[in-house]
Design a binder for this molecule. Structure first.
Ligand code: EPU
Length: 311
């Protein structure tokens, strides 16, 4: 493997050997894993370690080991809001995708779920129990952990509206539970991003199962009518500046359909960048730069990325 010779060396890694570092981990440890396999953008170079811990004890051990060897750590959920660089990263990426982090339970009208659950699974499990509240998230490809960290939302609603309690692990391996009082959510942000989210309890409402299904279908067709669902993308690229729609602003700059390399701005919704395969992060970043500059020049407004850029 010569890909990581170009990267900054992780301290001590050559003494012990990369395979040995996470030896005690019971979950899956992959070396030189391409991130493009784990992002909805299907873009992203290799990371030195890609780890799926088995449970919280395994996660704690992982945190101890990565601290000992000073290995930078990133957490990935559904990979639906990430643009990962083409060059790869000398770090460990963890994903809570083992069955332990995908548990779901119900008590009265409360849903408790592991952070690794995909939102679409939660919506369908809640529907089967006759519990309503998650429907507005229909069509969003992320996991519960990712949705909480960035307060995912659509149609004037955010996941924060449903949250009662969130259990996290800090980067020293300590488990903490936060109730509503401590939690702070804003537009596509929260104070949970500095922790590893383990699970959450959401408060839902009883409703006719048929009505829930109808509501889900309404949101899905609204999405189909207004957004870009073809190709590979990461949803909306920029946050909406207060009082404006980033999509409309980019559209008014005449950038719909603009192509750089293999990536292009959606002809349908200008806040989506997409490709049909083989685009590079570099192409997407150039398109983002172009949209940002033109919106600044034309409207004197600053566009901030909604997606996370890892490079
Ligand atoms: N518009 C245009 N041209 C475009 C795109 C939009 O003129 O190319 C106009 C639309 O016609 C509409 C207005 O701009 O009048 C707003 O557009 P839209 O209803 O599509 O909503 P948005 O502000 O672009 C936001 C969220 C979406 C969320 C939708 C629906 C952000 C950045 N985007 O989009 O979230 O699904 O509302 O609630 O907050 C995401 O987070 O990834 C995402 C896609």
């Amino acid at each position: 493997m010569n890909w990581w010779k170009q990267l900054n060396p992780v301290k001590n890694i050559n003494i012990i050997g990369p395979k040995m570092i996470f030896n005690g981990i019971k979950g899956k440890v992959k070396l030189a894993e391409p991130l493009k396999r784990h992002t909805t953008f299907k873009i992203g170079g290799r990371v030195r370690f890609f780890i799926e811990p088995r449970d919280t004890a395994d996660l704690k051990l992982l945190l101890i080991l990565r601290k000992r060897y000073k290995i930078p750590l990133l957490v990935i959920g559904g990979g639906s809001n990430i643009l990962a660089g083409d060059r790869g990263m000398d770090c460990a990426v963890i994903r809570l995708s083992s069955p332990y982090f995908k548990k779901i339970s119900f008590q009265d009208n409360r849903l408790e779920a592991g952070a690794g659950n995909f939102l679409q699974r939660l919506i369908s499990c809640a529907q089967k129990q006759g519990l309503s509240g998650l429907e507005f998230l229909a069509g969003i490809p992320g996991t519960l952990g990712g949705a909480l960290a960035m307060n995912a939302g659509a149609w004037e609603r955010n996941i924060a509206d449903l949250v009662e309690k969130v259990t996290v692990m800090d980067y020293n391996g300590k488990v903490k539970a936060f109730t509503k009082k401590y939690l702070q959510f804003g537009y596509r942000q929260s104070n949970l991003a500095k922790y590893i989210i383990l699970k959450a309890r959401l408060k839902l409402d009883r409703r006719e199962k048929k009505e829930i299904t109808r509501q889900i279908d309404r949101y899905i067709s609204q999405r189909k009518n207004t957004q870009e669902l073809s190709g590979y993308s990461a949803g909306c690229i920029f946050k909406n500046p207060e009082g404006y729609s980033a999509g409309r602003l980019i559209d008014l700059c005449g950038l719909k359909g603009k192509r750089i390399g293999r990536a292009y701005i959606s002809p349908r919704h200008a806040n989506f960048i997409l490709h049909k395969g083989k685009a590079c992060a570099k192409d997407v970043l150039k398109l983002m730069g172009l949209a940002k500059r033109q919106v600044k020049d034309k409207f004197n407004l600053r566009l901030e990325p909604e997606i996370k850029i890892w490079k």
